[in-house]
Design a protein around this ligand. Structure first.
Ligand SMILES: Nc1ncnc2c1ncn2[C@@H]1O[C@H](COP(=O)(O)OP(=O)(O)OP(=O)(O)O)[C@@H](O)[C@H]1O
Ligand SMILES: [Mg+2]
Length: 451
């Protein structure tokens, strides 16, 4: 730069003077054109900035703005020249000048509308626009999740209520309730209230206990996910929505929405081991940080107010054997249960995120009889009747049937009770009875009206 300046100083002063005079003459000659171009250039800058006020002028001129200003300036010079030619009746000159000015106007507008000032929605591909507008109009990221406020509940009363519903699983009920109460007072910021794993025999009350906890501690707020139905890669989308631009991305993720709506409750992941690995990855993040991000909108939902219950049938017979060998809960027994689960292919990373593993053994005959009693009375109450007596033979028969159907748990017995007595109960009610006696004659169940 300094070199160039020095070279300039060495040029003969007369030559410099001539150059300066020529430059001045050129500027003077161009002045009318510059004046004519000014309105167009100014108008184009004004128009473009009105469309996109946030774009600094410097950036605007550095992009397509310079070209636009130049074209608009030339256009305005052409238009003024066309007007003055028309004024001087030089139509042959005025018409092509006006044509060029018109073309310049269109070109300027084209640059403003199409290139320089596209709204963001036009830049987003068609298929992804719904997702973006869904996100833009959607709820803001849930930075703080709900909390499980159990301060108004009496732990002893809650435990008794749940035990009256879930029979023969007292250890699991006691442990679950006390852990939930303890953890709900801690309010850990980025964790679910606690994560429990109910493992073991089918039809032993695992799902029933999770439902009972939701009813007795969270006013029935329960989100239930049947992981057996989430065994495909695409299943993740049902939980957290499709990625932007994919089919259904505007519908969002079901699980995210439920969590956002309920804020606290029980999140039941039934048969967790059956979930697809991708689904598992999503759910593991939820157990880790109590956060789940909707893929379609990017909104994050917090699950800090949820008790997460996982259930699994893996290693059910091994777990039943472990419980039989050591009926009382101990750290060694818990360790053996975890080993059995790992041996059955249960993912160690899931086990690592669980606060407590609760083994569910086969229900005893006594528990099965109590459950039958519970359901008999429920069905009777449903039709407005009271049961006065139940034949022991009926209970023995039902329990024997359950044992013959080994592996089906008490679920099948509940079904048998229903099919055996509901018709008889309805008949007794229609006959005007309020109280009934239930007995068994051969293979047939008899419901006899008493009063
Ligand atoms: N311990 C129990 N107390 C009361 N009812 C029970 C118990 N176990 C099972 N039931 C009854 O049997 C039905 C099935 O039980 P539940 O769904 O809890 O089984 P589960 O242990 O989750 O079995 P699976 O592993 O097959 O899902 C329940 O709806 C309930 O009516
Ligand atoms: Mg279940």
């Amino acid at each position: 730069m300094t070199g160039r300046l020095q070279a300039l100083r060495q040029v003969h002063p007369v030559l410099l003077l001539i150059g300066a005079v020529l430059l001045l003459l050129a500027a003077l000659a161009a002045l009318p054109y510059l004046l004519m171009a000014a309105p167009g250039a100014a108008a184009s800058i004004w128009f473009a900035r009105k469309h996109k006020p946030s774009l600094p002028l410097r950036h605007f001129l550095r992009s397509r703005g310079t070209g636009l200003t130049l074209i608009a300036g030339i256009t305005s010079a052409l238009a003024i020249s066309a007007l003055s030619a028309a004024y001087a009746h030089a139509l042959l000159l005025a018409i092509p000048l006006a044509g060029l000015a018109l073309a310049g106007t269109f070109l300027s507008l084209e640059i403003i509308e199409e290139h320089t000032m596209k709204p963001i929605m036009q830049l987003v591909p068609q298929g992804q626009q719904d997702a973006l507008s869904g996100f833009l109009s959607g709820s803001p990221a849930a930075s703080s999740g709900g909390t499980a406020d159990l301060s108004g509940l009496d732990p002893a009363a809650v435990t008794a209520e749940i035990k009256a519903r879930v029979i023969g699983q007292d250890a699991a009920v006691d442990q679950s309730v006390s852990l939930i109460f303890r953890r709900s007072r801690l309010r850990r910021p980025a964790k679910p209230v606690c994560t429990l794993l109910y493992a073991g025999a089918t039809g032993a009350g695992k799902t029933e206990l999770a439902k009972a906890i939701a009813e007795s501690m969270f006013a029935g707020r329960l989100i239930r996910i049947d992981c057996a139905e989430l065994s495909q890669t695409q299943s993740t989308q049902r939980l957290i929505g499709s990625p932007p631009g994919y089919v259904g991305s505007d519908q969002g993720g079901w699980l995210c929405r439920e969590i956002g709506k309920m804020r606290s409750g029980v999140l039941l992941l039934d048969e967790i081991e059956k979930a697809h690995p991708d689904v598992m990855t999503t759910l593991m993040a939820l157990l880790d940080e109590a956060r789940i991000t909707e893929q379609s909108t990017g909104t994050t939902y917090s699950a800090t107010g949820f008790v997460v219950v996982l259930t699994s049938n893996a290693a059910a017979s091994d777990i039943a054997a472990i419980i039989k060998a050591s009926p009382d809960d101990s750290p060694e027994r818990a360790g053996r249960v975890k080993d059995a689960l790992r041996g059955a292919g249960f993912k160690p990373e899931v086990l690592a995120r669980v606060d407590s593993v609760m083994p569910f053994g086969e229900l005893s005959r006594g528990a099965a009889a109590e459950i039958v009693g519970l359901f008999l009375q429920k069905y009777a109450a449903d039709v407005g009747l009271e049961i006065q007596s139940v034949d022991a033979g009926l209970l023995i028969d039902l329990i024997q049937k359950r044992e013959a159907l080994a592996g089906y748990g008490v679920r099948e017995v509940v079904r048998l009770v229903e099919s055996a007595v509901v018709d008889g109960l309805l008949e007794a009610r229609d006959a005007g009875y309020r109280t009934v006696a239930i007995s068994i004659e051969g293979d047939a169940v008899r419901v006899a009206g008493v009063q």
